[in-house]
Write a protein of this length. Structure first.
Length: 134
C-alpha cells in the first residue's frame, strides 16, 4: 500500500544538526517511509491513500525511556488502563521498560515468577500487535 501525506507545514527530521526537512510531503510504501520532502504529481496520484495534512507538522515518534509496563496495557499500582494506547495519541511510539513485573501479590518462587513472565510477554505482545495496526 502506498500512502502520501501532503501539504505539511513542517517536517521535523530527528537530526539535531538539520532539524527541519525541506518540502511538504512524506511518501510511505508498505508501512515504510520511502520519501521525505517533495513529491511529484505522479507519486501522489499513484498513492492508494492521500492524506492532506493541512499545514500540520510531522515529527518522528517520541521515546519514553523509563516506563513500568506491568500487564499488557494495565498497571495495577497506578490503577491505569490504556496508558500505552494513550501514549500513541501523544506521539510516543517507543516505551523502554526494565521488564520488571509490578503486580501486587506477585510470586517469589522460581516457577511462579517464570509463569508470570511468560503471561506478561504474551500480554505485551498482544498490545504490540494492536499498536502495529494503528
Amino acid at each position: 500500500m502506498k500512502v502520501a501525506i501532503v501539504n505539511l507545514g513542517a517536517i521535523v527530521s530527528g537530526n539535531w544538526r538539520s532539524p527541519l526537512a525541506t518540502g511538504d510531503a512524506i511518501l510511505i510504501t508498505n508501512g515504510r517511509i520511502t520519501g521525505v520532502g517533495g513529491a511529484s504529481d505522479n507519486a501522489i496520484s499513484d498513492a492508494d491513500v492521500v492524506i492532506d495534512a493541512d499545514g500540520m507538522t510531522a515529527i518522528p515518534g517520541l521515546i519514553d525511556s523509563h516506563v513500568h509496563i506491568t500487564f499488557g496495557d494495565y498497571t495495577p499500582r497506578q490503577r491505569t488502563v490504556g496508558y500505552l494506547e494513550s501514549y500513541l495519541h501523544g506521539g510516543v511510539t517507543t516505551a523502554i521498560s526494565a521488564s520488571e513485573v509490578h503486580v501486587p501479590g506477585r510470586p517469589h518462587d522460581v516457577e511462579g515468577v517464570k509463569a508470570l513472565a511468560i503471561a506478561l510477554r504474551s500480554a505485551v505482545s498482544a498490545i504490540t500487535d494492536q499498536a502495529a495496526c494503528v
